[in-house]
Design a protein around this ligand. Structure first.
Ligand code: EAX
Length: 326
C-alpha cells in the first residue's frame, strides 16, 4: 500500500512539473549564487560531464542567481521534484534534517584534507543516507570553504571584539547559536546580502574568501578576520522522488559525474585562495590573519551540549565526528 501511494505521488508531482516520468531527460538544477561562485563551478562542471557522457540523453538546465528562489526554496522544490537537483550550502539544510549540523560544528575540521577524509568517508555517508528520510538523494559533498568574518565596525582579533556586532547568518538555528555564543547579534537572512551590508542594516557577515571577491564585499566591508570558524560544505542532492524513477545505470552515471564535479570544485576553490587574499588586501581590506582562535573556541565549547544537538542520531554522530577529528 505504501509503495502504491508513493508511486502515485511520484506520478502526480512529475505531471505537475510537466516532466513525464520515463521521458524526463531535462534535469533542472538550482543554485542560489551567481556564475563564478563555488556552487556554480560545481554545477557547470556536472553539466559538462553528464551531457557528454550521456551522449546528449540528458540536458542539465542550471537555474542560478536566485532565479528559482533562495536556498530553502530550492530545497523545497527538490523535495517535490519540481526541480531535480541542487548544489546547496549545508547551512539551510539544517531546518530539513538536523543531522547536517554536525558538519558545521565550529572548529570541527583542522584543514581541507581532514574535511575531505571525513566527508568522503563512512561518517559523511551517514549524513548523505539520512537525507533520504526527508526526500533527498544525497550524492556527495562539494565545498564552499572555511568561513571567515568580515565587518564594517572594527578590527576583530579576539572573540571579545565580536560583542554586539550585527552579523548576518544563514537560515540555520546552529549558525544563529554560534554567533549568539560569541556575543554577536545574529540576524538570519537568505542570500544575497550586498544591499543589507551596504545600507548598514547589518555590520558584517561570514563566508569563504571567494564570496568576498565574487560578490565584491571589499567595496562595503572594511575588516576581515581569518576565523575559519566553520567548514562550509555544499551538499549535492537530487530529488529522491525523481532518483527512484532512474535506471541503475543512469543513477551511477549521474552519481559519478557529480562526484567528479565536486572534486573539481574543491581543487579549483583551494587553488585560488592565496590570490584572493592578496586581492582583498590590495582592495583595501584590513585583514587579521592570526586572530586569537582560542578565545573563539572557548565561547562555543558549550554548543555540543545544547538542544540543537540533542536528537539521538545527531548527538551520536557528533560524538563520532569529534572523536575522529579533535
Ligand atoms: O555562498 O548564504 C551563504 O552565506 C552561503 O554561503 C551562500 O551560499 C554563499
Amino acid at each position: 500500500m505504501k509503495k502504491i501511494i508513493f508511486s502515485l505521488l511520484v506520478l502526480l508531482f512529475s505531471c505537475m512539473a510537466g516532466t513525464p516520468v520515463l521521458a524526463a531527460r531535462v534535469i533542472k538544477l538550482g543554485v542560489v549564487t551567481k556564475p563564478g561562485s563555488a556552487q556554480n563551478i560545481v554545477a557547470e562542471k556536472f553539466k559538462e560531464l553528464l551531457e557528454s557522457r550521456s551522449g546528449g540523453r540528458y540536458t542539465v538546465q542550471i537555474f542560478h542567481s536566485k532565479s528559482i528562489g533562495n536556498e530553502t526554496e530550492i530545497l523545497q522544490q527538490i523535495q517535490m521534484n519540481t526541480i531535480q537537483m541542487g548544489v546547496v550550502t549545508v547551512g539551510p539544510f539544517d531546518t530539513f534534517d538536523p543531522i547536517v549540523r554536525v558538519i558545521n560544528y565550529p572548529f570541527l575540521f583542522r584543514d581541507n584534507a581532514q574535511a575531505d577524509e571525513i566527508l568522503d568517508g563512512p561518517l559523511g555517508r551517514i549524513i548523505l543516507d539520512d537525507l533520504e528520510s526527508v526526500g533527498f538523494k544525497g550524492l556527495c559533498f562539494s565545498e564552499n570553504g572555511f568561513r571567515n568574518l568580515t565587518n564594517n565596525k572594527r578590527p576583530v582579533r579576539t572573540a571579545d571584539d565580536v560583542r554586539g556586532l550585527k552579523i548576518r547568518v544563514m537560515a540555520s538555528p546552529l549558525h544563529k547559536a554560534i554567533w549568539q555564543a560569541l556575543g554577536a547579534n545574529p540576524t538570519p537572512m537568505p542570500w544575497p546580502i550586498y544591499t543589507e551590508l551596504e545600507q548598514g542594516v547589518i555590520d558584517g557577515q561570514e563566508n569563504p574568501l571567494w564570496v568576498m571577491v565574487v560578490y565584491k564585499f571589499y567595496e562595503i566591508q572594511k575588516y576581515m578576520t581569518l576565523t575559519r570558524h566553520v567548514y562550509s560544505a555544499h551538499i549535492d542532492v537530487a530529488s529522491l522522488m525523481w532518483w527512484n524513477t532512474l535506471s541503475p545505470d543512469d543513477q551511477a552515471m549521474i552519481q559519478e559525474a557529480m562526484r567528479e564535479a565536486a572534486r573539481f570544485g574543491r581543487r579549483d576553490n583551494r587553488a585560488r585562495n592565496a590570490a584572493r587574499l592578496a586581492l582583498l588586501k590590495e582592495k583595501g581590506m584590513i585583514v587579521e590573519e592570526h586572530p586569537d582562535l582560542a578565545s573563539f573556541r572557548a565561547k562555543v565549547a558549550g554548543l555540543k551540549e545544547m538542544k540543537l544537538y540533542r536528537e539521538p542520531k545527531v548527538h551520536s554522530l557528533l560524538l563520532k565526528m569529534l572523536e575522529a577529528t579533535q
